[in-house]
Each structure stands twice: as C-alpha cells, then as structure tokens.
Design a protein around this ligand. Sequence first.
Ligand code: CMP
Length: 156
Amino acid sequence: MERTLVLLKPDAAQRGLIGSILSRFEAKGLKLIGLKMRTFPSEHLEKHYEVHRDRPFFQNLVGFMSSGPVVALCLEGKDAIKVVRQMVGATNSREAAPGTIRGDYGMSFSNNLVHASDGPDTAKSEMALWFSDAAEISEWEPADLGWTYNIAEELS
Ligand code: CMP
C-alpha cells in the first residue's frame, strides 16, 4: 500500500467544494488516514513549495495558499500516488480532462483546487511536513477492504 498527500486549496473551501472533492477519493476506494483543516502560515507554505521558490509565481502561490483554510489529507491505497494524480488532472484546470477534479470543477491555472504529491519521494517529504505528528495518522482497516480489492490477487 502507498500513501500520498493531498491538499484541498483555499479556493475549494471558498467555493464549497470540500465535500464533493473528498467524496470522490472515498468513493474511489482510497483510505483516508489523515485529515485536518487550518489556515496555515506562509512559512509553512513556503516550505511546501520550496522547489518553486525561484519561479515567478512563487509569491502569489504562497499568498493564495495562506489566504484561507487548506484541508490536508493523507490517503492510502495500491498505487495511491498515481491514482490520485490521475483523478486530480492537469495543472491548468482549463486543460484538465473532463472526469478529473480540476476538469470538472475548475477554470484556473493558479486556483486549481487540489495539490497532490507527484512521486514517492515527494509524498514522503510532504507527509512529513503536513503530518509531522504520527498521532495525526489513523491506522485502521476499512470493513470493505476485501471488496475494494481482490483478496487473492491484490491483498495477499
Ligand atoms: P500544485 O499542484 O499545487 O503545484 C504547484 C502550483 O503552482 C500549481 O499546483 C499551481 O497552483 C501553481 N502555479 C501557478 N502558476 C504556475 C505555473 N506557471 N506553472 C506551474 N504551477 C503554477
């Protein structure tokens, strides 16, 4: 099983889309193991987007992300990083495919509703930043796990 970090950005909260987006991940069969909502300080967002520090959009991005509540999720599942990235869609919401979260709900490049870890190394470092306290992660077994996956082929 793989774990990945997802952020529902301030535009998702302002537009009343938190529940709709979260329900897509649940309905897909991804296991929710971490969830918190807070307006995070710009220092925290600067760390999260450190790789973009020299890009021209960096200050706007940090300003936007610290302008209101962010919902941070930790999701678990087989190939969860790739599965979630596919569900989120292309960075520019106007080009994201219909059926993806950005393709269905967004019209903006910058206000693109969701962030999702783009690979195993990023997922590890982003989860360490957003869920630094292990007590914030819930280890549990969904009752339908053996129906979400094929027990003989995928869970043994
Ligand atoms: P996200 O997946 O959170 O990762 C970086 C974010 O920077 C991206 O989504 C966009 O919200 C934002 N962004 C704004 N402008 C650009 C750009 N020109 N290229 C890439 N990302 C951008």
